[in-house]
Write a protein that binds this ligand. Sequence first.
Ligand SMILES: NC(=O)c1ccc[n+]([C@@H]2O[C@H](COP(=O)([O-])OP(=O)(O)OC[C@H]3O[C@@H](n4cnc5c(N)ncnc54)[C@H](OP(=O)(O)O)[C@@H]3O)[C@@H](O)[C@H]2O)c1
Length: 278
Amino acid sequence: MTDRPRVALVTGATQGLGLALVKGLAQRLGPDDVVYATGRDRGRLDKVAAELGGLGAQVRTELFDVADPHRAEELAAALTERHGGVDIVFNNAVMAVTPDDDARAIVGDYTQVNNFGTTRVLRAFTPRLPDGGRMIVVASSLGTLRYLAPVLHRQFDDLATLDDVDAAVAAWRDAVRDGSAFGGAWPAFVNIPSKIGQVAAVRTLAAQRRDGDLARGVLVCAVCPGMINTRISSVWWDVSGAPTPDEAAVALLELAQGPVNPDHYGALVREHQVLPWR
Ligand SMILES: NC(=O)c1ccc[n+]([C@@H]2O[C@H](COP(=O)([O-])OP(=O)(O)OC[C@H]3O[C@@H](n4cnc5c(N)ncnc54)[C@H](OP(=O)(O)O)[C@@H]3O)[C@@H](O)[C@H]2O)c1
């Protein structure tokens, strides 16, 4: 890390895990450091700022709707200009869906937030990471090829560029929209291909950047926070006994601040263990 104050940013920070990550970062960083809680709603961001003032680091807010095609690049450029760099980025935002939602109707918005939003954050912030920086994509243990029929593996495996990952996600989205996904091998739960797409994006970018990033102490990885008691999980399962967002955030915050384990680079990590992709 650098001598200048450190800067962190969390997407989807108005509730759930994102809010806990902002809180944990603010508690762990120093008074000169800045943590940006970002989200799509000004009123909810103001509540976060009021709730998390005076913890340690300064908590500031920025509007960042990750579905906006231009905002990631605009914000990455502005914050780099303002601070000299953003050291820690948690790509965490997720669109909430329920078992009652029609997959055909929601998959466009869902991929715009969860997948194209992720690749836009990866493109905008990763090349600007300072030495010692962290780009951590909050995915899921469902984001491995194990959860996809073998006939579909090549769609997400060993893709050369983030454009290729976006094209693979768009092909799946279109198959859901036109209904052809349901007669084929695709899983019905949209979360699975979406999370696989996020991990594929991390793997693809990491393959391009690995040696240079590791030489500078930079970590790019995906993480699984495990089941958490939040809005998105509670509409699907009984998560009353699951960890709280504050509890689930601990292992992720350790990745953001501890020394880089090269095994974690480009991988999907859960509780410091690498989950196999295949
Ligand atoms: N909960 C689990 O059991 C679980 C398990 C595995 C992985 N995860 C992953 O953990 C991450 C956090 O999930 P969570 O459980 O904390 O979900 P959550 O409680 O529903 O929070 C999601 C956050 O994303 C924000 N968001 C939604 N659309 C957005 C957009 N277009 N732009 C910016 N922010 C947006 C929401 O903002 P609003 O407040 O404005 O809606 C909210 O702050 C996700 O990536 C999720 O897939 C969760």
